[in-house]
Design a binder for this molecule. Structure first.
Ligand SMILES: C[S@@+](CC[C@H](N)C(=O)[O-])C[C@H]1O[C@@H](n2cnc3c(N)ncnc32)[C@H](O)[C@@H]1O
Length: 374
């Protein structure tokens, strides 16, 4: 008899009626409506076990909330991608082989032309559209390589906490990562943390602080965050174990928090200016010394000024010790997808396979572990 467990791509979205939540498999784009009871029904599947005799669990299985070792159909986006890559490249083979063949042809024949109009009318994407092509192939390859095999061990309690978080606000440049990403970040950070360590989270829409205090009582965790709704939520859920201050990092870190932390973590804005002041705050709040660590989540290929990231890190004395590529996953929402497709189409790239290349479900970011060399 087959065993089933929770997909690592589980997340929640609000349904139309109040009190309702949709539980989703983000990689498949499938969902079922759920209530408080649903989390209880799913809880046993934190570890693999046979499917119980329960029609709701059957629906959860149909929506890919539960997965197994058994062969399964790929998400629709992969089926569409494979067909488009075959027809474009004329090649046969695995999805990754088709992607390689199509990339070679695309770079020879289908590259977008740089924007020819007045520069003030073009954002960074139109001025350097080759970055969008790099991104499309890189993220498609990441999805095919890392996100098709079911993994075990998702923390369902974290998913439930995530289901209550306040709405995402673009004015604070928020972009939520998946619950599994937060869980993995915390696991990675704990490898570097000693009992009694002080941790600072700079901006926490990814709820890293909650996952950290939930995982262990060994650390003292503080958060600086601008969004008042998020501050209230973190205070409510984190209780006494978490210190959360509403604070604008543009003003730097408060004096009492300078040179005070063993580990700082942040997922800074992608605009060049925001990136710089978040990194400055990180460097200022770390204890001087070789053991202090910054865990930084970002994707250089999508930030406004990738070259400046490397010089900023150097100027601030932040040295990359390790990097974990394509570590963080965020929903690639349709707003961005349409913007990216329109930019590439407008500059001469063909509809197919560009559209299918932009069909992957996640935006990725790397996770950099940096020491402070000053
Ligand atoms: C900057 S956002 C994440 C951005 C994301 N990596 C992106 O650009 O796609 C991370 C967190 O920082 C918070 N934040 C944004 N601006 C801030 C500021 N000036 N001071 C403090 N927190 C801020 C947001 O509310 C959010 O919780």
């Amino acid at each position: 008899m087959a065993n089933y467990w929770l997909t690592q791509h589980l997340d929640t979205r609000y349904g139309n009626q109040s009190g309702e939540v949709a539980l989703c498999n983000l990689a498949y784009g499938t969902r079922v409506l759920a209530d408080e009871e649903s989390f209880k029904r799913l809880a046993p599947y934190k570890t693999p076990r046979p499917l119980g005799d329960d029609p709701w669990l059957e629906r959860a299985l149909d929506a890919n909330l539960l997965v197994s070792e058994q062969p399964h159909d790929p998400p629709n986006c992969v089926a569409r991608l494979v067909a488009a890559l075959q027809s474009y490249s004329g090649a046969q083979g695995s999805p990754l082989e088709l992607l390689d063949a199509a990339e070679q042809r695309y770079r020879q024949q289908s590259m977008p032309r740089p924007f020819a109009g007045p520069l003030e009318k073009a954002g960074p994407l139109l001025r350097r559209p080759e970055r969008l092509v790099d991104f499309a192939f890189d993220h498609t390859r990441a999805f095919l390589t890392h996100d098709q095999q079911p993994e075990q061990g998702l923390d369902l309690d974290l998913v439930e906490i995530f289901s209550h978080r306040p709405a995402m606000k673009l004015r604070y440049e928020q972009q939520y990562c998946t619950p599994h990403t937060t869980q993995r970040r915390v696991a990675k950070m704990r490898e570097a943390l000693k009992p009694g360590a002080r941790v600072l989270v700079l901006g926490d829409d990814d709820l890293v602080s909650l996952a950290l205090v939930q995982a262990s009582s060994d650390y003292q965790v503080d958060v600086l965050e601008l969004d008042p709704d998020l501050v209230a939520f973190l205070k409510e859920k984190g209780g006494e174990r978490l210190t959360v201050l509403e604070h604008n990092l543009r003003h730097g870190v408060p004096d009492s928090m300078r040179a005070a932390y063993d580990l700082v973590t942040t997922d800074p804005p992608y605009a060049a200016n925001g990136m710089r002041f978040f990194l400055q705050c990180a460097a200022d709040s770390l204890k001087p010394g070789p053991d202090s660590r910054l865990f930084l989540s970002t994707f250089p290929g999508l930030i406004e000024n990738p070259e400046k990231l490397w010089t900023d890190l150097q100027e601030l004395g932040l040295h990359i010790e390790r990097r974990h590529d394509h570590f963080s996953r965020y929903i690639y929402n349709n707003g961005y997808r349409v913007e990216h497709l329109a930019a590439l189409r407008g500059l001469g790239s063909p509809l197919h396979p560009t559209q299918e290349l932009l069909g992957f479900p996640f935006l990725y970011a790397h996770f950099f572990e940096c020491s402070l060399q000053r």
